[in-house]
Design a protein around this ligand. Sequence first.
Ligand SMILES: [Mn+2]
Length: 344
Amino acid sequence: MTEGPPDFRIDHSELAHDGEFDEFAPEDLPYYSDWHGSFEKLPWAFTDEALAEADADVAIVGAPFDEGVSSRPGARFGPRAIRMAPTAWGTADAWSIQLQDEPYAKLTVVDAGDAPIVPTRFARALRVIHEKVYRVARAGPIPIVLGGDHSITYPSVAAVARHVWPRKVGVVHFDAHADTGAEQWGNLYAHGEPMRRLIEEGWIEGRNFIQVGLRGYWPDRATFDWMRAKGMRWHAMTEIEERGSEAVIADAIVEALDGPEVIYLSVDIDVVDPGMAPATGTPESGGMLARELLRAVRQIVSQCELVGMDVVEVAPPYDHAEITAILAHRTVMEAISALAAKRR
Ligand SMILES: [Mn+2]
């Protein structure tokens, strides 16, 4: 006589009920489960047609490129790490405690995928980033670009400025580094040069290019002389220490909008102290607090018309406990939530 299978005793639990296998849709599962790779498990909209159909307010764009780095590489893995950074909530009912609002109840947000970058073809990568960001902006949503090293900001800002042309764009740029070098080892487009190219080519007026958080020992004095000659304005880390972040950001907003009506926000995660953002290629001790950066993003986005944004230089190979990826993810979330809160 063959015995039947054993009794699966947990079936008798008082909490068991019929239909529990299909109880949760894939989008109801936690962020790490049934994840198909998009930011916050948001729907994908890769193509021009999908973007047109989505009619989105915001679109995430990945720029997995790090061949412009001068020190530690790894930022090509940034988009993937930021997209999979831990979240504790279900996407649909996310609630911002900071802003007392539900970002996804008011905004349609999609993930437009990555610019079609392949390794080794440096110039092509910058061109396809430009094309991808331009196509997203042209379709309607505000592009939020996940880097990548900071060289991606040259094609990305130019794409947004091209889209809103002839309206002028002001840039608020958070960084330990000015990224206004003339060249690095003969390369005009590495991650230390994008801001210089944007100003030289005429995409952004120097006087509306506002930098926050500069510190350390680069660039050199001659480069700061060039910046001054172009009318650029900057707020070094020492000024944040003395005056506080909120007052400094208030000035940065006025300066960026001294002429332009719209803002592009570029956040190099190394503006934050390496103790709170260790995973970056060129860390500089003595940076902003994570909470200061998140508050600054809310302050800027809630007071300005945002036309584009990037979060760059997250290099996951140097991360610990996903500290940096989580901060980059939250930086994007604060911008999305501030956009939603403006729709009150
Ligand atoms: Mn930097």
